[in-house]
Design a protein around this ligand. Structure first.
Ligand code: GDP
Ligand code: GDP
Length: 439
């Protein structure tokens, strides 16, 4: 499904002309007389390098009842419902009309992202005339001339900011191996686990492990059928184990690996429990925005499993809120028990980490969150949140737009992040929140 962009506005502001300009072909019929009946046009095109579906709503107004509300409803509601972004067009030559204002007012109450397009702004005075559109409370107007092509580059930039990043599979690298890091403190069982994972499929390329730090690559096909590439194996090298250097070495190697990987397996020694050093690594992984799976190793040697597991859950709950719901796989790297559950958990975490939520679905959730708990005042003034987009995944990133959005207090941000993680079932996934204030 391509991202959908609807071009909205009252008759004669230049919607069809803009549509044609963006599509690059003459598809819509442009007519000087308002009221010429035209079907809704749609076309696939590229904007800012992205494939999108563009809807032209010109002509729909005329079919509707002769009231402003009636027109808006008919021409816009359906389009808004299926759109990820709206280009709301006004005409700076005629200036703002009551219909524009009513339209803008209605759009402000919708949760769809809106770019305000001040059309017919060609010539020396065009930019000045466009300023008037600020009054509509829909953010900075983008001044363009659909007819002459002025400002179309700026419009592309504005659209780019609002569209979700292209999913990796669309970039043609679906066959790329998943980049995995195995991190953990010394003796947690990382090398043993790697050997268990490699099993029969062992395939080590490059010089003998342990000779050159950077030239070793380990790649294999895991039981789920996907290719996996281990990043930075330095921490797994027996050779590097000089007593005093141990701790430093493995942390440094883990940090380097975290920068390169997509998913990190954090190996924790269940006999010792999750301690401060393990927590530090988990927090680092979160800060790097990686998906994390916890391998609770040496499970074979644990005596009281229930109590051990409970202690782990307590520590995670108390000290790792930012990775709430982190998947835990108890296993024994040595005997191999439970190891078969690890890669499926890694794939699952990877899928969630890559997941994108369509703008409509995201905003239904967003609206409900705001309705349940309206944002608090900031310095005595209202924070008015308007809509959310998901500009990127890997890790999931939610952008929230609204007046004074950047002043949202920490606990409300947490409320949104935790609510997002829960609503879209993303346990243990680091979630980023970008707050964008609009005027
Ligand atoms: P729609 O009803 O909103 O689809 O508007 P149209 O695209 O049919 O345009 C209405 C009129 O405005 C036509 O006469 C266009 O030629 C004119 N128009 C569209 N864009 C521009 C522009 O950038 N500058 C000027 N001066 N006229 C424009
Ligand atoms: P690394 O430093 O994290 O790479 O840890 P190693 O893989 O070298 O393992 C450290 C020690 O823990 C070795 O003596 C292993 O035999 C032992 N070990 C690793 N996995 C397990 C396990 O699942 N059960 C038990 N009982 N011992 C393990």
């Amino acid at each position: 499904m391509l991202p959908t962009i609807a071009v909205l506005g009252r008759p004669n502001v230049g919607k069809s002309t803009l549509f044609n300009r963006l599509v690059g072909r003459k598809i819509a019929i442009v007519d000087d007389t308002p009221g010429v009946t035209r079907d809704r046009k749609e076309a696939e095109t590229r904007i800012a390098g992205r494939a999108v579906r563009l809807l032209d709503t010109a002509g729909l107004e005329e079919a509707a009842p002769e009231t402003i509300q009636g027109r808006m409803r008919a021409s816009s509601e359906a389009a808004v419902r299926e759109s990820d972004l709206v280009l709301f067009v006004v005409d700076v030559r005629t200036g703002l009309t009551p219909t524009d204002r009513a339209f803008a007012e209605w759009l402000r109450r919708q949760t769809v992202p809106v770019i305000l397009v001040a059309n017919k702004a060609e010539g020396r005075l065009g930019g000045y005339a466009a300023m008037e559109a600020y009054e509509l409370g829909l953010g900075d107007p983008v001044a363009v001339s659909a007819e002459h092509g002025d400002g179309i580059g700026e419009l592309h930039d504005a659209v780019r900011e609002h569209l979700p990043e292209e999913p990796p599979e669309d970039r043609g690298d679906a066959d790329r191996p998943l980049r995995l890091a195995i991190i953990g403190r010394p003796n947690a069982g990382k090398s043993t686990l790697l050997n268990a994972l490699l099993g029969e499929e062992r395939m080590i390329t490059g010089p003998e492990p342990g000779l050159t730090r950077d030239a070793v690559a380990v790649e294999w096909t895991d039981p789920t059928g996907g290719k996996v590439r281990l990043v930075d194996t330095a921490g797994l090298r027996k050779k590097a184990r000089i007593e005093q250097a141990l701790e430093k070495m493995s942390t440094a190697a883990s940090i380097a690996a975290l920068k390169e990987c997509e998913v990190a397996i954090l190996v924790v020694d269940a006999l010792l429990g999750m301690d401060e050093q393990d927590l530090r690594l988990a927090r680092l992984a979160e800060r790097e925005g990686r998906a994390v799976v916890l391998a609770f190793n040496k499970w074979d040697a644990v005596e009281d499993r229930a109590a051990t597991r409970r202690r782990l859950d307590d520590v995670l709950m108390a000290s790792l809120a930012q990775l709430r719901g982190l998947p835990v796989v108890p296993l024994s790297a040595q005997t191999g028990r439970g190891v078969e559950k690890l890669m499926p958990a890694v794939r699952e975490a990877y899928a969630l980490w890559n997941r994108r939520i369509p703008t409509g679905e995201l905003n239904r959730w967003f609206e409900a969150m705001i309705a349940r708990h309206p944002p608090p005042l900031a310095e005595g003034r209202r924070i008015k949140l308007r809509y959310a987009t998901m500009p990127k995944a890997r890790p999931p990133t939610v952008a929230v737009f609204g007046t004074r959005a950047e002043q949202l207090p920490e606990d409300y941000r947490r409320y949104l992040v935790n609510g997002f993680r829960e609503a879209f079932a993303m346990p243990g996934v680091p979630v980023r929140l970008n707050l964008r204030g609009t005027s």
